[in-house]
Design a protein around this ligand. Sequence first.
Ligand code: AMP
Length: 146
Amino acid sequence: MSLDGRYDESNVFALILQGKIPSTKLYEDEHTYAFLDIQPQSKGHALVISKWSKARNILEIEPEALCQVMASVRKVAGAIRAAVQPDGIHIAQFNGAPAGQTVFHLHVHIVPRWEGGPMGFSAHAQGDFADADALNALADEIRAHL
Ligand code: AMP
């Protein structure tokens, strides 16, 4: 899907917000929702989305919704740092399929990075952090810092 198009009400993040499919929740407030990525690029890889905006990408999002999302990114990134002690934190956001976007509900990635580790995004999970039990245990650790 390119930059132009319609918001799909049944995209996977809309279904997560509706409670129709499960997610490993880290944080939630009135406007935003943060959860662990199911195909993590590193230990602690999380996503933050707006609960109310129907924006597919950054060109569409209401400035207010973007501010709410980024405030939650900052908050959750701090908890992830405290939990997994990375050397760096990669904040990423993709717009349109040619830029790597696969889910068309605007989301911001929080990806902890370590010295000497991979820096790019891969189509597959990196490491053994995608196991459901591992994700739940990690979420407990991160939530303890919020
Ligand atoms: P993007 O390439 O920026 O559109 O990223 C979409 C991200 O959503 C990828 O990192 C996927 O691993 C992640 N993802 C897809 N489905 C789920 C899901 N059900 N729960 C958590 N993360 C998901």
